[in-house]
Design a binder for this molecule. Structure first.
Ligand code: GDP
Length: 202
């Protein structure tokens, strides 16, 4: 199914609310401000499907976006995970996040693949590394190096090489795809969309 058909489906705040139909899911993961909502909106060619994790009142919940012909029942879901790494988040919020996201990522049979957004200026943080540790290694992984328009071509290439090396050497993920991505100038958008759409079809 084509990503531009994506529309809001439901919000899941507790594991018991997860959809039971077993339709394929692809999770979007990233620390707050990594550019996750901008990436989702660019991939789905929408302006305001996903909301920034800096939006006031945003809850710690999984947002489900349905994929497939709009007149038909959903064929699959993009799962927008809450952004992590807010310095101000109280311990209680962080613990709730860990329970929801940790359990979801480690044990969700319909989960087909994951997209991790990291800011090209920061690369991996310890919290991103924790997410990688939770993801079952059988799941295909796409890393988007977001906001790549902030760097020149040589710096972009160096950043991508460093991320590929860390994925292979420290996370045993030599299979992961790493795409230079900009929601601003659209670099990498078509390439990333093609990878994600193929996961839903596989
Ligand atoms: P989220 O918190 O991960 O959902 O991140 P947002 O998508 O809200 O983006 C966080 C900040 O980064 C915002 O100020 C965006 O305008 C900015 N941003 C997002 N994507 C890009 C990009 O491709 N290029 C540039 N230059 N800035 C971006």
């Amino acid at each position: 199914p084509a990503l531009p058909s994506a529309r809001f489906h439901t919000t899941v705040a507790h594991l018991r609310q997860l959809p039971r139909e077993g339709l394929p899911e692809v999770a979007f993961i990233g620390r707050s401000n990594a550019g996750k909502s901008s990436a989702i909106n660019a991939l789905c060619r929408r302006r305001r499907l996903a909301f920034s994790s800096s939006t006031p009142g945003r809850t710690q919940a999984l947002n489900y976006y349905a994929i497939g012909r709009e007149t038909d029942p959903p064929e699959g879901f993009l799962v927008d995970m809450p952004g992590y790494g807010y310095a101000q988040a109280p311990g209680e919020v962080r613990r709730a996040w860990d329970v929801l996201a940790g359990n979801y990522l480690r044990d969700r049979p319909p989960l087909r693949a994951a997209v991790l957004m990291i800011d090209i200026r920061r690369l991996f943080t310890d919290l991103d590394r924790r997410m990688l540790g939770w993801l079952p290694s059988r799941l295909p992984l796409l890393v988007l190096l977001t906001k790549c328009d902030k760097f020149g071509t040589a710096q972009q290439t160096a950043a991508r090489r460093a991320v590929l090396a860390e994925l292979a050497e420290q996370h045993a993920r030599p299979d992961a795809a790493v795409v230079l991505f900009s929601a601003e100038n659209r670099k990498g958008v078509d390439e990333a969309r093609a990878i994600i759409e193929q996961w839903f079809e596989a």
